[in-house]
Write a protein that binds this ligand. Structure first.
Ligand code: G3P
Ligand code: CA
Length: 243
């Protein structure tokens, strides 16, 4: 059975990567995907971009702002769906872990080390997950930065990791095996039937981001994908008559 992940929470219905978006997705999914950066004072915060410009009423790089400065921003200021802007804050990693700990959902935490390295973010994220009792089977750490994946493996080889990639990759399952990753997370437009077959033969799961329509999701089901990471799981499930 294909699994569903909410991408940045139910991000078509509530401002992405907020507690509201994550909470709204809980009844509809097997897991939640969200993005972690460091604030200037070294606190894990949940936001997609390296800057606060696109999603909040502030400006500047996340890494240049303290947690107190980040918390003064409205993370719903630029939201356009579901009635428009709303008031909410950038959550910390701890706040999201506290919300999700009592559920049985998978957590797909993306380490946003794509352009900023954030030294120590892998160990920090693992430590905070353990502190909330979330490790083992419920945790997936993913990243476009495969050095981060290698770092997680060095820290604890039992933690499930997944390589993200936006471009066509030659034998992605081999890249995953070399890095000790248990899954590949390609852009849904890049994945091929051969990728899926080879990955499955190697015991590697395939989870794609971010199919845009129910028809895209149907195509992924036909390809035998293990999971989709989507902005509005509720709408797609309704459209595909999935209970
Ligand atoms: O984890 C899948 C997906 O979130 C990766 O792309 O840019 O939405 O973080 P992005
Ligand atoms: Ca992400």
């Amino acid at each position: 059975m294909m699994k569903w992940f909410a991408h940045r929470g139910a991000s078509d219905r509530f401002p992405e990567n907020t507690l509201e978006a994550i909470e709204a997705a809980i009844p509809y999914v097997d897991g939640i995907e969200f993005d972690v950066h460091f604030s200037r004072d070294g606190v894990g915060v949940i936001i997609h971009d390296e800057t606060v410009n696109r999603t909040t009423d502030g400006t500047g790089r996340v890494v240049d702002l303290t947690l107190a400065e980040l918390k003064r921003l409205n993370a719903g200021a630029r939201f356009k769906g579901n009635g428009g802007p709303m008031q909410t804050t950038i959550p910390t990693l701890d706040e999201v872990l506290e919300l999700l700990a009592p559920t049985d959902l998978l957590l797909n935490i993306e380490l946003k080390t794509d352009t900023i390295r954030y030294p120590g973010i892998e160990a920090y994220t693992l430590e905070r997950c353990r502190a909330h009792g979330i490790a083992g089977e419920r945790l997936i750490l993913s990243s476009f930065n495969h050095y981060s994946i290698a770092t997680v493996r060095e820290l604890d080889p039992s933690i499930e990791t997944a390589i993200l990639y936006p471009y066509p990759l030659y034998h992605p399952e081999q890249q995953a095996i070399l890095l000790g990753a248990k899954a590949i997370h390609p852009d849904y437009r890049r994945v091929t039937r051969e990728d899926v077959v080879l990955a499955h033969q190697a015991g590697i799961e395939v989870r794609v981001y971010t199919p845009k329509t129910a028809a895209d999701v149907r195509r992924m089901i036909e390809l035998g994908i293990d999971a989709v990471i989507v902005n509005d799981p509720q709408a797609f499930q309704k459209s595909l008559s999935i209970p």
